[in-house]
Design a binder for this molecule. Sequence first.
Ligand code: RFL
Ligand code: PHB
Length: 393
Amino acid sequence: MATTRTQVGIIGAGPAGLLLAQILDKAGISSVVLERRDRAYVEGRIRAGVLEQGTVDLLDQAGVGARCAREGMVHKGIYISIENDRRQIDLEELTGGKHVVVYGQTEVTKDLIAARIAAGGDLRFDCDAVTIHDIESQHPRLTYVAGDESHEVICDFIAGCDGFHGVSRQAIPASLQRVYERVYPFGWLGILAEAPPVADELIYARHSRGFALYSMRSTKIVRHYIQCLPDTDLEDWPDERVWDELRLRLPREDQHLLKTGRVFEKSVTPMRSFVSEPMRFGRLFLAGDAGHIVPPTGAKGLNLAASDVHYLSRAFIAFYQDNASAQLDAYSDKALARIWKAQRFSWWMTSMLHNFGPGDDFDSRVRGAELAYTLSSRAAMTALAENYVGLPF
Ligand code: RFL
Ligand code: PHB
């Protein structure tokens, strides 16, 4: 068995794990990142697209913000459409100058991996059967298998950054865990395609046929989504059918602007809200999707991973620099306070914008009225804008 010693053992090389390793490294704290998949898989995974300013600032502070600053697209507003009629929410005007940046999570991940490798960081791909041991002791351990060899990493702390399907959350005894969950009766069918964006900003569309979102990755690549059934078979959705549906749900004035193009990715994402409390057990700390999931309507998942990492990295730095563990003790409560606000916002956006299907007539009218009210009231629009650009860390 090959043994390594480190200060923080990190499970998962998604944005949470990589960013944590990068920030700790800047503060002189050692870490080992163990990732189940190979590098190409991790770098190819298509996910989020909207970064809050706080996330962009954190990437900057971690020394990985340069490409995002060059290539990221600043979005000063969003459009919301109701049955083909669109309205603008001017984020900058409503929030006193704040905006979001459209820059793919795939690119964030590539930038972080390149930075970890350039810094000589210990980042290990293809780690099978990662297992957590002795989390209630002073020296928890991680074991895993790579090729034919067994490995062991002895740490001071473990950061569980292994996403919703990882092993970290399962290491917390069920009797000490409280889970809050809502599964929605729909998913999103998403495409990436070679086509110009429909509009200058993202369009969130409520429509009787179902929700649609018109997003982008660059001036040449679009990322569009349509609401679908959670068990949708992609075989039933040839590209033409997706484009037709996207056109029908667009604001009237934009319908002639929808350009089709080669679709090079198509997938279905189920929608859920999920929180597991607390986010700490012994010397194990959860961060990102390992502890919580939001439906993507509010664009909050990646940004929450970033705010968790901000709190957790500060707590580790206080521990190693000042021998103070108060911030580690406060981590779970502090992170959860922000997580629940983002949960509320994501649930609210999801409920106002989606079609919940038959048998829901009263609630559907109330949600429609809520959206119409939100768009008619400066106070309500300000609340939406404030949450969309991101609450402070
Ligand atoms: P990740 O990205 O899932 O990374 C976890 C990593 O852990 C690895 N892993 C393991 N490694 C070792 N051993 C094991 N047993 C392991 N099990 C898992 C995995 O391979 C992976 O590399 O979690 P992290 O780092 O917490 O990051 C969270 C974000 O990825 C997620 O919240 C966002 O993608 C959510 N999200 C969005 N967030 C936003 O902020 N803005 C958006 O616009 C946005 N849009 C989206 C989204 C998520 C989507 N999908 C596909 C769920 C749009 C979609 C469609
Ligand atoms: C995306 O571009 O993938 C995206 C944008 C906004 C969202 C969710 C996803 O709310």
